[in-house]
Design a protein around this ligand. Structure first.
Ligand SMILES: O=P(O)(O)OC[C@H]1O[C@H](OP(=O)(O)OP(=O)(O)O)[C@H](O)[C@@H]1O
Ligand SMILES: O=c1cc[nH]c(=O)[nH]1
Ligand SMILES: [Mg+2]
Length: 219
């Protein structure tokens, strides 16, 4: 897997990451969502540098201009709920992308230390020969990313796969590296040391879905 970890270089991206981690600043849910969206915009811009482009020509009022235009083959897929603001950020730049949504959530039965991934909702276009961008802000164990990819298989075989995440645990990064094709790219804003016994990233930021959209009752 090609891993692009942007926290290794100083940039404004790290300011947005620090704000979503900050126990006080993250309480402003509008700012939290907007920061995740801004991170999606930046990661989208970075990954756009290695996408496919074709020679094109446009007419200006005064002449012709030759340029390379982005191939129109992108499918953005995000994992509900926390993936929504990241999806919006990517979609802000990939204007004509097709879109897929999947609900893959960690269901804790009676024990907070164990969970299974439940996939209940899936809406997806044809993926055959497309560029698939799979987005989820938190890459903890990596199981949601893999469960999503498995659920998407009946929709066709993408020609390229890009995983986009905001904060990952090293364990989750190792897990997706092992289970996805070696040519897959991972675009990630920060990689943290560990997971706690409940599968939360340490130091991480807490529960991204709750911070973006409010606490949910456990079913
Ligand atoms: O790498 P994993 O161990 O699979 O964990 C990461 C998943 O956990 C979070 O979703 P959550 O189940 O909290 O759902 P939510 O978005 O509705 O809060 C997060 O958005 C990822 O989808
Ligand atoms: O740390 C974590 C792990 C999974 N999901 C989150 O929202 N946060
Ligand atoms: Mg959550």
């Amino acid at each position: 897997m090609h891993i692009h970890n942007f926290s290794l270089k100083n940039s404004i991206l790290n300011t947005f990451i620090s704000e979503i981690r900050d126990v006080n600043k993250q309480k402003d849910s509008m700012r939290f969502r907007r920061n995740i969206e801004r991170i999606g915009e930046i990661l989208g811009y970075e990954l756009s540098k290695i996408l496919n482009y074709n020679p094109s020509q446009i007419k200006t009022p005064l002449g012709l201009f030759n340029y390379e235009s982005l191939e129109n083959d992108i499918v953005l897929c995000s994992i509900l709920r926390a993936g929504v603001p990241l999806h919006n950020g990517l979609l802000n730049y990939f204007d004509t992308a097709e879109n897929a949504f999947i609900s893959a959530y960690r269901h804790h039965k009676n024990n907070p230390e164990s969970f299974e991934i439940i996939v209940e909702y899936l809406a997806c276009p044809n993926l055959e020969n497309k560029t698939l961008i799979l987005a989820d802000p938190m890459l903890a164990t990596g199981q949601s990313m893999l469960a999503t990819f498995e659920a998407l298989k009946p929709f066709g075989t993408p020609k390229n796969i890009h995983l986009v995440s905001v904060i990952g645990a090293q364990q989750g990064v190792d897990f997706v590296s092992k289970h996805f094709d070696a040519e897959t790219h991972l675009w990630i804003a920060s990689i943290d040391e560990s997971l706690n016994k409940n599968g939360y990233i340490i130091p991480g930021l807490g529960d991204a879905g709750d911070l973006a959209f409010g606490e949910k009752l456990q079913q």
